[in-house]
Design a protein around this ligand. Structure first.
Ligand SMILES: C[S@@+](CC[C@H](N)C(=O)[O-])C[C@H]1O[C@@H](n2cnc3c(N)ncnc32)[C@H](O)[C@@H]1O
Length: 413
Protein backbone atom coordinates (compact mmCIF):
# COMPACT_ATOMS: atom_id res chain seq x y z
CA UNK A 1 0.00 0.00 0.00
CA UNK A 2 1.48 3.36 -1.05
CA UNK A 3 1.86 6.15 1.48
CA UNK A 4 1.49 9.85 0.67
CA UNK A 5 2.05 13.12 2.50
CA UNK A 6 -1.09 15.22 2.10
CA UNK A 7 -1.66 18.85 2.97
CA UNK A 8 -5.32 19.47 3.79
CA UNK A 9 -6.79 22.63 2.33
CA UNK A 10 -10.54 22.44 2.85
CA UNK A 11 -13.52 20.36 3.97
CA UNK A 12 -15.81 18.57 1.54
CA UNK A 13 -19.60 18.43 1.68
CA UNK A 14 -19.50 15.12 3.59
CA UNK A 15 -16.95 16.39 6.11
CA UNK A 16 -13.80 14.78 4.70
CA UNK A 17 -10.64 16.83 4.46
CA UNK A 18 -9.63 17.69 0.91
CA UNK A 19 -5.91 17.67 0.16
CA UNK A 20 -4.13 20.10 -2.15
CA UNK A 21 -4.07 17.35 -4.82
CA UNK A 22 -7.84 16.80 -4.53
CA UNK A 23 -7.70 13.54 -2.51
CA UNK A 24 -10.46 13.18 0.13
CA UNK A 25 -9.11 12.29 3.58
CA UNK A 26 -11.65 11.15 6.22
CA UNK A 27 -10.86 12.54 9.69
CA UNK A 28 -8.53 15.28 8.41
CA UNK A 29 -9.13 19.01 8.85
CA UNK A 30 -7.87 22.12 7.03
CA UNK A 31 -4.34 22.93 8.20
CA UNK A 32 -3.42 19.26 8.79
CA UNK A 33 -0.44 17.67 7.11
CA UNK A 34 -0.95 13.91 7.25
CA UNK A 35 0.70 10.70 6.19
CA UNK A 36 -1.98 8.60 4.53
CA UNK A 37 -2.10 5.06 3.23
CA UNK A 38 -3.60 5.07 -0.25
CA UNK A 39 -5.70 2.16 -1.46
CA UNK A 40 -7.59 2.53 -4.74
CA UNK A 41 -7.73 6.32 -4.32
CA UNK A 42 -9.00 6.02 -0.71
CA UNK A 43 -6.85 7.67 1.94
CA UNK A 44 -6.50 6.43 5.52
CA UNK A 45 -4.50 8.61 7.91
CA UNK A 46 -1.55 6.76 9.44
CA UNK A 47 -0.05 9.76 11.27
CA UNK A 48 -0.07 13.55 11.51
CA UNK A 49 2.98 15.66 10.62
CA UNK A 50 1.07 18.81 11.56
CA UNK A 51 -2.23 18.77 13.45
CA UNK A 52 -4.46 21.76 12.78
CA UNK A 53 -5.66 23.95 15.68
CA UNK A 54 -9.19 23.13 14.52
CA UNK A 55 -9.05 19.69 16.16
CA UNK A 56 -10.97 19.25 19.42
CA UNK A 57 -11.50 16.16 21.54
CA UNK A 58 -14.73 14.44 20.47
CA UNK A 59 -17.31 14.43 23.28
CA UNK A 60 -18.55 10.91 22.63
CA UNK A 61 -16.64 7.74 23.37
CA UNK A 62 -18.20 6.09 20.31
CA UNK A 63 -16.98 8.77 17.90
CA UNK A 64 -15.18 7.20 14.93
CA UNK A 65 -16.83 3.82 15.50
CA UNK A 66 -20.51 4.84 15.42
CA UNK A 67 -21.55 6.21 12.04
CA UNK A 68 -23.97 8.74 13.53
CA UNK A 69 -21.64 11.72 14.03
CA UNK A 70 -18.94 12.71 11.61
CA UNK A 71 -17.69 16.10 12.81
CA UNK A 72 -17.15 15.96 16.58
CA UNK A 73 -13.41 16.41 16.02
CA UNK A 74 -13.94 19.90 14.56
CA UNK A 75 -13.93 23.10 16.64
CA UNK A 76 -17.54 24.29 17.08
CA UNK A 77 -17.15 27.74 15.47
CA UNK A 78 -15.38 26.23 12.45
CA UNK A 79 -18.03 23.52 12.32
CA UNK A 80 -20.88 26.05 12.14
CA UNK A 81 -19.02 28.08 9.51
CA UNK A 82 -18.52 24.90 7.45
CA UNK A 83 -22.24 24.07 7.69
CA UNK A 84 -23.21 27.55 6.53
CA UNK A 85 -20.68 27.24 3.69
CA UNK A 86 -22.52 24.14 2.42
CA UNK A 87 -25.50 26.44 1.78
CA UNK A 88 -23.53 29.39 0.38
CA UNK A 89 -21.46 27.11 -1.91
CA UNK A 90 -24.62 25.52 -3.33
CA UNK A 91 -26.12 28.98 -3.95
CA UNK A 92 -22.91 30.13 -5.62
CA UNK A 93 -23.11 27.14 -7.98
CA UNK A 94 -26.38 28.66 -9.24
CA UNK A 95 -24.86 32.17 -9.32
CA UNK A 96 -27.07 33.28 -6.42
CA UNK A 97 -25.29 36.01 -4.54
CA UNK A 98 -26.66 36.72 -1.06
CA UNK A 99 -25.18 37.16 2.42
CA UNK A 100 -26.57 34.37 4.58
CA UNK A 101 -28.32 35.10 7.87
CA UNK A 102 -26.44 33.75 10.92
CA UNK A 103 -26.77 29.99 11.24
CA UNK A 104 -29.35 28.70 13.74
CA UNK A 105 -27.79 25.98 15.86
CA UNK A 106 -29.11 23.44 18.34
CA UNK A 107 -27.71 22.24 21.63
CA UNK A 108 -26.48 18.69 22.24
CA UNK A 109 -29.03 16.12 23.45
CA UNK A 110 -31.96 17.85 21.78
CA UNK A 111 -32.94 15.53 18.90
CA UNK A 112 -36.34 14.07 19.66
CA UNK A 113 -36.27 11.12 17.30
CA UNK A 114 -33.72 8.31 17.06
CA UNK A 115 -33.42 5.48 14.58
CA UNK A 116 -31.77 2.64 16.48
CA UNK A 117 -30.40 -0.44 14.80
CA UNK A 118 -31.15 -3.46 16.95
CA UNK A 119 -29.74 -6.98 16.75
CA UNK A 120 -30.68 -9.75 19.17
CA UNK A 121 -27.80 -12.14 19.84
CA UNK A 122 -27.52 -15.41 21.78
CA UNK A 123 -25.85 -13.57 24.65
CA UNK A 124 -27.85 -10.34 24.69
CA UNK A 125 -28.98 -7.52 22.48
CA UNK A 126 -27.13 -4.66 20.78
CA UNK A 127 -28.95 -1.34 20.43
CA UNK A 128 -27.10 1.41 18.64
CA UNK A 129 -26.29 2.98 15.34
CA UNK A 130 -24.67 1.56 12.25
CA UNK A 131 -20.98 1.98 11.59
CA UNK A 132 -20.43 4.28 8.59
CA UNK A 133 -20.60 2.34 5.32
CA UNK A 134 -21.42 -0.96 7.03
CA UNK A 135 -24.32 -2.96 8.49
CA UNK A 136 -22.47 -3.53 11.74
CA UNK A 137 -24.41 -2.26 14.77
CA UNK A 138 -22.28 -0.26 17.20
CA UNK A 139 -23.96 -0.73 20.59
CA UNK A 140 -24.06 2.66 22.29
CA UNK A 141 -23.66 3.48 25.95
CA UNK A 142 -23.88 7.22 25.44
CA UNK A 143 -25.10 9.62 22.77
CA UNK A 144 -24.72 13.40 22.80
CA UNK A 145 -27.22 14.09 20.06
CA UNK A 146 -30.52 12.53 21.18
CA UNK A 147 -32.52 13.61 24.24
CA UNK A 148 -31.54 11.94 27.54
CA UNK A 149 -34.99 10.31 27.59
CA UNK A 150 -34.36 8.77 24.17
CA UNK A 151 -31.01 7.49 25.39
CA UNK A 152 -32.83 5.78 28.25
CA UNK A 153 -35.36 4.37 25.75
CA UNK A 154 -32.56 2.37 24.12
CA UNK A 155 -32.66 -0.06 27.06
CA UNK A 156 -36.44 -0.50 26.67
CA UNK A 157 -36.00 -0.97 22.93
CA UNK A 158 -33.51 -3.78 23.58
CA UNK A 159 -35.91 -5.48 26.02
CA UNK A 160 -38.77 -5.11 23.55
CA UNK A 161 -36.70 -6.62 20.73
CA UNK A 162 -35.79 -9.59 22.91
CA UNK A 163 -39.48 -10.49 23.30
CA UNK A 164 -39.99 -11.25 19.61
CA UNK A 165 -37.11 -10.45 17.27
CA UNK A 166 -35.43 -13.50 15.65
CA UNK A 167 -31.79 -14.01 16.72
CA UNK A 168 -29.19 -12.58 14.34
CA UNK A 169 -31.65 -10.34 12.47
CA UNK A 170 -31.15 -6.58 12.48
CA UNK A 171 -34.16 -4.28 12.51
CA UNK A 172 -34.59 -0.56 12.65
CA UNK A 173 -36.48 0.90 15.64
CA UNK A 174 -37.48 4.55 15.22
CA UNK A 175 -38.32 6.06 18.59
CA UNK A 176 -40.07 9.40 18.93
CA UNK A 177 -39.76 11.09 22.30
CA UNK A 178 -43.41 12.18 22.51
CA UNK A 179 -44.97 14.07 25.40
CA UNK A 180 -47.11 11.05 26.30
CA UNK A 181 -44.40 8.40 25.99
CA UNK A 182 -42.23 6.64 23.45
CA UNK A 183 -43.67 6.02 20.01
CA UNK A 184 -41.79 3.00 18.62
CA UNK A 185 -41.99 2.29 14.93
CA UNK A 186 -40.19 -0.87 13.82
CA UNK A 187 -39.10 -1.64 10.31
CA UNK A 188 -38.02 -5.25 9.82
CA UNK A 189 -37.76 -7.86 7.11
CA UNK A 190 -39.49 -10.62 9.10
CA UNK A 191 -43.19 -11.43 9.44
CA UNK A 192 -44.86 -11.30 12.84
CA UNK A 193 -46.76 -14.26 14.31
CA UNK A 194 -49.67 -13.82 16.70
CA UNK A 195 -47.40 -14.81 19.60
CA UNK A 196 -45.06 -11.96 18.64
CA UNK A 197 -47.94 -9.50 18.68
CA UNK A 198 -48.97 -10.69 22.14
CA UNK A 199 -45.39 -10.42 23.42
CA UNK A 200 -44.98 -6.91 22.01
CA UNK A 201 -48.26 -5.78 23.55
CA UNK A 202 -47.45 -7.25 26.95
CA UNK A 203 -44.06 -5.57 27.04
CA UNK A 204 -45.48 -2.24 25.79
CA UNK A 205 -48.00 -2.23 28.65
CA UNK A 206 -45.33 -3.14 31.21
CA UNK A 207 -42.86 -0.50 29.95
CA UNK A 208 -45.61 2.12 29.40
CA UNK A 209 -44.70 2.63 25.74
CA UNK A 210 -47.21 4.93 24.03
CA UNK A 211 -47.42 2.95 20.79
CA UNK A 212 -45.63 0.16 18.94
CA UNK A 213 -45.93 -0.31 15.20
CA UNK A 214 -44.24 -2.99 13.09
CA UNK A 215 -43.94 -2.46 9.33
CA UNK A 216 -46.85 -0.02 9.47
CA UNK A 217 -49.14 -2.31 11.53
CA UNK A 218 -50.10 -0.78 14.86
CA UNK A 219 -49.64 -3.59 17.39
CA UNK A 220 -50.66 -1.53 20.39
CA UNK A 221 -51.51 2.07 21.18
CA UNK A 222 -51.68 2.55 24.94
CA UNK A 223 -52.00 6.28 24.54
CA UNK A 224 -51.82 8.60 21.54
CA UNK A 225 -48.22 9.84 21.14
CA UNK A 226 -48.47 13.63 21.24
CA UNK A 227 -46.13 16.41 20.17
CA UNK A 228 -46.62 20.14 20.39
CA UNK A 229 -46.32 22.00 17.07
CA UNK A 230 -46.30 25.72 17.95
CA UNK A 231 -48.74 25.07 20.80
CA UNK A 232 -50.98 22.69 18.79
CA UNK A 233 -51.38 19.13 20.04
CA UNK A 234 -50.49 16.82 17.16
CA UNK A 235 -50.37 13.01 17.10
CA UNK A 236 -48.04 12.22 14.17
CA UNK A 237 -48.63 8.89 12.42
CA UNK A 238 -46.20 6.02 13.11
CA UNK A 239 -42.82 6.87 11.60
CA UNK A 240 -44.29 10.08 10.14
CA UNK A 241 -42.06 13.05 9.42
CA UNK A 242 -41.39 15.48 12.26
CA UNK A 243 -38.66 18.12 12.42
CA UNK A 244 -35.73 16.64 14.36
CA UNK A 245 -35.24 19.35 17.00
CA UNK A 246 -38.09 21.35 18.49
CA UNK A 247 -36.10 24.56 19.07
CA UNK A 248 -35.01 24.64 15.41
CA UNK A 249 -38.55 23.88 14.26
CA UNK A 250 -39.72 26.90 16.26
CA UNK A 251 -37.26 29.19 14.44
CA UNK A 252 -38.32 27.77 11.04
CA UNK A 253 -41.99 28.36 11.88
CA UNK A 254 -41.27 31.91 13.04
CA UNK A 255 -39.39 32.72 9.81
CA UNK A 256 -42.17 31.29 7.64
CA UNK A 257 -45.05 32.85 9.61
CA UNK A 258 -43.40 36.29 9.73
CA UNK A 259 -42.83 36.17 5.99
CA UNK A 260 -46.44 35.19 5.24
CA UNK A 261 -47.95 37.31 8.04
CA UNK A 262 -50.17 39.36 5.71
CA UNK A 263 -51.31 36.54 3.42
CA UNK A 264 -54.99 35.68 3.64
CA UNK A 265 -54.72 32.56 1.48
CA UNK A 266 -51.76 30.28 1.87
CA UNK A 267 -50.60 27.03 0.26
CA UNK A 268 -48.51 24.67 2.41
CA UNK A 269 -46.89 22.34 -0.11
CA UNK A 270 -45.37 19.10 1.33
CA UNK A 271 -47.27 19.85 4.54
CA UNK A 272 -46.56 16.68 6.57
CA UNK A 273 -48.57 16.69 9.81
CA UNK A 274 -48.86 20.48 9.84
CA UNK A 275 -45.66 21.98 11.24
CA UNK A 276 -46.37 25.10 9.17
CA UNK A 277 -50.11 24.74 8.31
CA UNK A 278 -51.27 24.85 11.91
CA UNK A 279 -49.53 28.08 12.97
CA UNK A 280 -50.25 29.59 9.52
CA UNK A 281 -53.98 29.02 10.17
CA UNK A 282 -53.69 31.81 12.75
CA UNK A 283 -52.90 34.13 9.81
CA UNK A 284 -55.00 32.99 6.84
CA UNK A 285 -56.83 30.04 5.34
CA UNK A 286 -54.50 27.22 4.33
CA UNK A 287 -54.53 24.52 1.66
CA UNK A 288 -52.22 21.81 2.98
CA UNK A 289 -51.01 19.33 0.36
CA UNK A 290 -49.04 16.19 1.12
CA UNK A 291 -48.58 12.64 -0.18
CA UNK A 292 -49.14 10.76 3.09
CA UNK A 293 -52.81 10.43 4.00
CA UNK A 294 -51.97 9.56 7.61
CA UNK A 295 -49.96 12.77 8.06
CA UNK A 296 -52.86 14.81 6.70
CA UNK A 297 -55.19 12.93 9.06
CA UNK A 298 -53.02 14.01 12.00
CA UNK A 299 -53.02 17.60 10.76
CA UNK A 300 -56.78 17.63 10.27
CA UNK A 301 -57.41 16.17 13.72
CA UNK A 302 -55.10 18.70 15.38
CA UNK A 303 -56.84 21.56 13.56
CA UNK A 304 -60.29 20.27 14.58
CA UNK A 305 -59.26 19.87 18.20
CA UNK A 306 -57.93 23.44 18.23
CA UNK A 307 -60.77 24.94 16.15
CA UNK A 308 -62.65 27.71 17.88
CA UNK A 309 -59.39 29.37 18.89
CA UNK A 310 -59.71 31.93 16.11
CA UNK A 311 -58.19 29.62 13.52
CA UNK A 312 -58.86 30.02 9.82
CA UNK A 313 -59.85 26.94 7.76
CA UNK A 314 -57.26 24.34 6.79
CA UNK A 315 -58.18 22.19 3.79
CA UNK A 316 -56.04 19.09 3.41
CA UNK A 317 -55.32 17.54 0.05
CA UNK A 318 -53.56 14.22 -0.58
CA UNK A 319 -51.53 14.71 -3.68
CA UNK A 320 -48.37 13.42 -5.33
CA UNK A 321 -46.65 16.77 -5.64
CA UNK A 322 -43.76 15.51 -7.75
CA UNK A 323 -46.15 14.41 -10.49
CA UNK A 324 -48.99 16.83 -9.81
CA UNK A 325 -47.63 20.10 -8.45
CA UNK A 326 -49.98 23.07 -7.98
CA UNK A 327 -50.20 24.66 -11.42
CA UNK A 328 -49.77 28.43 -11.74
CA UNK A 329 -53.38 28.75 -12.94
CA UNK A 330 -54.65 26.67 -10.04
CA UNK A 331 -52.81 28.85 -7.52
CA UNK A 332 -54.44 31.85 -9.17
CA UNK A 333 -57.92 30.31 -8.97
CA UNK A 334 -57.26 29.56 -5.28
CA UNK A 335 -56.27 33.24 -4.88
CA UNK A 336 -53.06 32.07 -3.20
CA UNK A 337 -51.07 35.00 -1.83
CA UNK A 338 -48.40 33.10 0.05
CA UNK A 339 -46.82 29.65 -0.24
CA UNK A 340 -44.42 27.55 1.77
CA UNK A 341 -42.83 24.45 0.30
CA UNK A 342 -40.76 21.96 2.25
CA UNK A 343 -39.99 18.99 0.00
CA UNK A 344 -37.87 15.89 0.63
CA UNK A 345 -34.22 15.91 -0.47
CA UNK A 346 -35.05 15.73 -4.19
CA UNK A 347 -36.51 19.23 -3.95
CA UNK A 348 -39.52 20.65 -5.74
CA UNK A 349 -38.37 21.43 -9.27
CA UNK A 350 -41.78 21.01 -10.97
CA UNK A 351 -43.49 22.99 -8.24
CA UNK A 352 -40.88 25.77 -8.44
CA UNK A 353 -41.47 25.99 -12.21
CA UNK A 354 -45.21 26.50 -11.64
CA UNK A 355 -44.66 28.98 -8.81
CA UNK A 356 -42.26 30.87 -11.09
CA UNK A 357 -45.15 31.42 -13.53
CA UNK A 358 -47.64 32.27 -10.76
CA UNK A 359 -48.81 35.49 -9.15
CA UNK A 360 -48.15 34.26 -5.61
CA UNK A 361 -46.65 37.24 -3.81
CA UNK A 362 -44.58 35.65 -1.07
CA UNK A 363 -42.82 32.30 -0.93
CA UNK A 364 -40.94 30.52 1.85
CA UNK A 365 -38.74 27.67 0.62
CA UNK A 366 -37.69 25.23 3.35
CA UNK A 367 -35.13 22.60 2.48
CA UNK A 368 -32.86 19.87 3.82
CA UNK A 369 -30.73 19.81 0.66
CA UNK A 370 -28.77 22.94 -0.32
CA UNK A 371 -28.17 21.69 -3.88
CA UNK A 372 -31.83 21.19 -4.79
CA UNK A 373 -32.78 24.34 -2.85
CA UNK A 374 -30.35 26.38 -4.94
CA UNK A 375 -31.75 24.86 -8.15
CA UNK A 376 -35.33 25.67 -7.10
CA UNK A 377 -34.40 29.20 -6.02
CA UNK A 378 -32.72 29.82 -9.38
CA UNK A 379 -36.01 28.85 -11.10
CA UNK A 380 -37.97 31.24 -8.87
CA UNK A 381 -35.49 34.10 -9.34
CA UNK A 382 -35.57 33.60 -13.12
CA UNK A 383 -39.36 33.73 -12.83
CA UNK A 384 -39.16 37.22 -11.33
CA UNK A 385 -38.94 36.61 -7.58
CA UNK A 386 -36.47 38.50 -5.39
CA UNK A 387 -34.59 36.48 -2.80
CA UNK A 388 -34.78 38.41 0.48
CA UNK A 389 -32.95 36.12 2.88
CA UNK A 390 -31.53 32.65 3.38
CA UNK A 391 -31.12 31.26 6.91
CA UNK A 392 -29.12 28.04 7.42
CA UNK A 393 -30.28 25.87 10.33
CA UNK A 394 -28.43 23.01 11.99
CA UNK A 395 -30.69 20.39 13.53
CA UNK A 396 -28.48 17.40 12.66
CA UNK A 397 -25.63 18.12 15.01
CA UNK A 398 -22.16 16.87 13.97
CA UNK A 399 -23.51 15.44 10.71
CA UNK A 400 -23.04 16.84 7.19
CA UNK A 401 -26.78 17.64 6.95
CA UNK A 402 -27.97 21.23 6.96
CA UNK A 403 -31.37 22.86 6.47
CA UNK A 404 -32.24 26.29 5.14
CA UNK A 405 -35.20 28.63 4.95
CA UNK A 406 -35.23 31.00 1.97
CA UNK A 407 -37.70 33.87 1.70
CA UNK A 408 -38.78 35.38 -1.63
CA UNK A 409 -41.17 38.08 -2.82
CA UNK A 410 -42.65 39.05 -6.15
CA UNK A 411 -42.62 42.80 -6.80
CA UNK A 412 -43.14 44.58 -3.49
CA UNK A 413 -44.60 41.43 -1.97
C1 LIG B 1 -39.32 17.49 4.70
S1 LIG B 1 -40.92 16.82 5.01
C2 LIG B 1 -41.78 18.28 5.48
C3 LIG B 1 -43.07 18.10 6.18
C4 LIG B 1 -43.63 19.31 6.90
N1 LIG B 1 -43.54 20.52 6.11
C5 LIG B 1 -42.96 19.51 8.22
O1 LIG B 1 -42.19 20.45 8.38
O2 LIG B 1 -43.23 18.73 9.16
C6 LIG B 1 -41.44 16.47 3.40
C7 LIG B 1 -42.84 15.91 3.29
O3 LIG B 1 -43.07 15.64 1.90
C8 LIG B 1 -43.89 14.49 1.82
N2 LIG B 1 -43.69 13.94 0.46
C9 LIG B 1 -42.64 13.23 -0.01
N3 LIG B 1 -42.81 12.95 -1.31
C10 LIG B 1 -44.00 13.49 -1.68
C11 LIG B 1 -44.74 13.56 -2.90
N4 LIG B 1 -44.27 12.99 -4.01
N5 LIG B 1 -45.91 14.21 -2.90
C12 LIG B 1 -46.39 14.78 -1.78
N6 LIG B 1 -45.74 14.77 -0.60
C13 LIG B 1 -44.57 14.12 -0.54
C14 LIG B 1 -43.42 13.60 2.93
O4 LIG B 1 -44.44 12.69 3.30
C15 LIG B 1 -43.11 14.63 4.04
O5 LIG B 1 -44.22 14.82 4.87
Amino acid sequence: MASQTLEIKSLGALGDGIAANGVFVPGALPGDVVEADMDNGRATISSWQIKSDLHVTPVCKHFGDCGGCKMQHLDMAAYSAWKASLVSDALAQESIDIDLQPIVTCVPNSRRRAVFSVVVKDDGVDVGFQRAGSNHVVAIEECHVITPRLMKSSRLVGQLAKTFQPRGKTASFTVLDSRTGFDVSISADYKLKDNDRRAISAYAVKAKLARVTVNGETIIENIRPMLSFSGFDVAPPPGGFVQAVQSVEEVMVELVCNHLSKCKRIADIFAGSGTFSLPLARIGSVVAAEGEAAALGALDRAWREAAGKGLKPVKTEKRDLHHRPFMAKELELMKTQGAVFDPPRAGAEMQAKELAKSKVKRIAAVSCNPTTLARDLRILIDGGYTLQSVTPLDQFLWSPHVEAVALLVRGKG
